[in-house]
Design a protein around this ligand. Structure first.
Ligand code: AHR
Length: 306
């Protein structure tokens, strides 16, 4: 990570109780619910007063929340941006008010002078891991037609997972993305989009890459209703590694899930305390993650926390 050693420390006054304003982007997935729960629990554990809002995947609601936090003069603002673009104005307002901002989970399309740190996963690497798993496990096939279920348009995980996945496939021309649509990271949309893809492509689909587990679970329902066997007729790889995905792997319906850790609360509170103590943070704090397939699902399930 890059150090900020020579930059001025944001002007945060230590008070009796630290107040953190957190704008969560919504409740679209199991991952998101686990992320929200982790943040609330960690704030409680650390004695930090948390003002927590949810935005139903709407950027304008998040901007409104951040403006409210500025008005309330919170000590630190943190948020999980639903999309990458369109944050400059409100982050400038926070900067002018002298309130430090932490970006959590997804990132923004701005230079890092507009926030103190980003805490989250390497989404591009997650996409690469999903593709590597597919290539290794479907070796020997001459033609693999893939349906890609994308996350929310304009969001970091949708952009970066696609990029990482395509990067690996470029070296394996027998693997082709034949259809790629957004399911907005929800189970319902994942199902609808998969139904459309099956209608368009008939049975000539060998694999699905879903940008999250919820959409994969929706796709599994669509595939079953079409009379095909998910996990067998169509190989499915997704991202998050939720308990629901592990249960789907145990049932033989999902083949692999790449971990994306939502339990960011403790790291976030540590960062908040560091800022309030007047110390610098690295520009990026990355969480470490694994890849899980059907073979290890039974052994790993008892250890899953979300
Ligand atoms: O930003 C993280 C992604 O958002 C998770 O993979 C997904 O489940 C969530 O909705």
């Amino acid at each position: 990570y890059t150090d900020r050693q020579n930059e001025p420390v944001p002007n945060v006054k230590a008070k009796h109780k630290i107040v953190l304003g957190f704008s969560q982007l919504g409740r679209e997935s199991q991952w998101r619910l686990a992320n929200s729960a982790s943040i609330k629990q960690a704030a409680k554990d650390e004695g930090i007063e948390l003002l927590f809002t949810e935005a139903d995947q709407k950027q304008e609601l998040q901007i409104q929340s951040i403006r409210d936090f500025i008005k309330q003069k919170v000590d630190v603002i943190a948020f999980a941006p639903v999309v990458e673009d369109g944050w400059e104005e409100v982050l400038q307002e926070a900067k002018t008010a002298g309130i430090p901002v932490i970006i959590s989970d997804r990132t923004v399309n701005l230079d890092d002078s507009m926030y103190t740190t980003f805490i989250g996963a390497d989404f591009e690497e997650e996409g690469r891991r999903a593709a590597r798993w597919l290539v290794q496990n479907m070796q020997g096939r001459t033609n693999v037609n893939i349906v890609e279920l994308q996350g929310t348009v304009g969001s970091t995980p949708a952009i970066d997972r696609k990029k990482g996945f395509e990067e690996i496939l470029r070296e394996h021309p027998q693997f082709k993305i034949v259809d790629s649509e957004t399911g907005d990271f929800t189970r319902d949309e994942g199902k609808k989009v998969m139904e459309d893809c099956l209608r368009r492509n008939g049975t000539d689909i060998q694999a699905v890459f879903a940008h999250n587990d919820d959409m994969a679970l929706g796709a599994i329902e669509a595939i079953e209703e079409s009379g095909l066997k998910p996990g067998k007729d169509i190989v499915i790889v997704s991202i998050d590694a939720t308990k629901n995905a592990f249960n789907a792997m145990l049932a033989g319906k999902l083949n692999c899930t790449v971990e994306c850790n939502p339990l960011l609360g403790p790291q976030l509170m540590k960062a908040v305390k560091t800022l309030v103590a007047g110390r610098q943070l690295p520009v990026r704090i990355i969480t470490s993650e694994e890849v899980f397939s059907q073979e290890v699902a039974r052994k790993e399930l008892p250890y899953r926390k979300y």
